[in-house]
Ligand binder design. Sequence first.
Ligand SMILES: Nc1ccn([C@@H]2O[C@H](COP(=O)(O)OP(=O)(O)OP(=O)(O)O)[C@@H](O)[C@H]2O)c(=O)n1
Ligand SMILES: C[C@](O)(CO)[C@H](O)COP(=O)(O)O
Length: 270
Amino acid sequence: MQEEEKKQQTVPVVAVVLAAGFGTRFDPENPKQLVCIADKPIVCWSIEAFERNSRVSDIVVVVNPKVRDGIEGLIDEAGYGKVRMVIDGGAERADSTMAALDVLKQAGIPESAKILIHDAVRPLVSQESIDESIDALDEFSAATVAFASTDTILLTHDAGDRKVIASVPDRADTFRAQTPQSFRFGTIHHAYELAAGDPDFHPTDDTRVVVDYMPDEPVAIVSGSETNLKVTTLADLPTAERIAASVMHQLTKEEARERMHAILREAMGR
Ligand SMILES: Nc1ccn([C@@H]2O[C@H](COP(=O)(O)OP(=O)(O)OP(=O)(O)O)[C@@H](O)[C@H]2O)c(=O)n1
Ligand SMILES: C[C@](O)(CO)[C@H](O)COP(=O)(O)O
């Protein structure tokens, strides 16, 4: 059934692009979602990564009042065909995810739908990571793109006004969480329902909601990359520009190759 579903894609694959943050670590007066990298606003890079992926059927964009007009204007101008809704998020990232899940529930989305939740401020996500996220849901109900840590990670606890090490996990077992984080709709919706009553619920990502509230549900790791950078502070911009330049170079080469193949196919009458 799952093999068949994979080939025919019988369930919706919905990307949720979270762009409702306030960029306090970047510059609250200059919303980072709207800042350009290689002349294209960051939010457009992210939306286009999912527009370009033929397996993604729908996109929901989550915004806040400060960026709504700007982002709606960009979506209209570009004519993104898969963007079905632009909705308001909430105070924290998890509130913004919840807003999207509520809207999808109201729209009657099936429990089996595949939901890819992505930080708008990770503009350079690769098609391979998106494809692998969609594939992972044929085996697991939850998965996250993540990048193996090259540093040793220290888990700490508070000792007075200092932190001290609580434990040191084996480096081979440590990863840096990235996005998209992908889920069957029924799983992520249920996890958020379980978490809703908890006053100490302030997760910084969506997989944590499954890990904490549905501990028997395994969450798969999908390969990420160093280039799937999150633009967090102003210091990230030069790196993002460098990565964007190399991505554009790659895309231009691929387009040229595709054009050449099309010319050859036509010349050979195929
Ligand atoms: N209430 C929020 C908070 C964050 N986000 C989104 O979640 C992603 C997380 O990245 P982050 O760097 O934390 O963005 P901000 O929350 O904007 O940044 P900061 O924490 O510095 O305020 C971003 O795409 C952001 O727009 C969101 O949709 N709703
Ligand atoms: C989801 C995330 O990008 C995974 O690395 C990250 O946790 C977002 O955290 P932030 O505090 O909102 O930057």
